[in-house]
Design a protein around this ligand. Structure first.
Ligand code: 5GP
Length: 115
């Protein structure tokens, strides 16, 4: 069964796609937590960071380089931004297809909620 993100990458369900190449696709989060909230996703289905293999090194690096490019494009590079990948239950992962969150456009506050 393919993930919701695979369906977006394949163009089967709509999304605001801001970047796509042979390795990754980036689109705006449907429920943005900041003025800029973009998800950068490997085109290949990889469930979690735990499932990354040595052969995924190029795609893993591409996620970061595309985040940097999109941050500049969004005009948030100078002020700064946050990159985040959630993994499994304690990480709060909801969609089991690796994705890098690019968040910015306002001060984002402390990294973790205080308990
Ligand atoms: P996670 O909690 O897995 O790190 O983040 C999943 C993210 O995917 C959430 O921020 C959620 O709003 C976003 N999301 C879930 N379904 C869709 C969708 O169908 N389209 C888009 N654009 N974003 C989605």
């Amino acid at each position: 069964m393919s993930t919701i993100f695979s369906k977006i990458i394949a163009g089967e369900i709509p999304a605001d796609i801001v970047y796509q190449d042979e390795l990754v696709t980036a689109f705006r989060d449907i429920n943005p937590q900041a003025p800029t909230h973009i998800l950068i996703v490997p085109n290949k289905e990889i469930a979690t960071v735990n499932d990354l293999a040595a052969e995924d090194e190029q795609v893993a690096g591409r996620l970061l380089l595309v985040a940097k490019k999109l941050a500049a494009q969004e005009g948030i590079a100078e002020d700064g931004y946050r990159l985040m990948i959630n993994c499994n239950q304690h990480g709060g992962q909801e969609v089991f297809h690796v994705h890098l969150h690019l968040l910015g456009g306002r001060p984002l506050g402390p990294m973790l909620m205080r308990r």
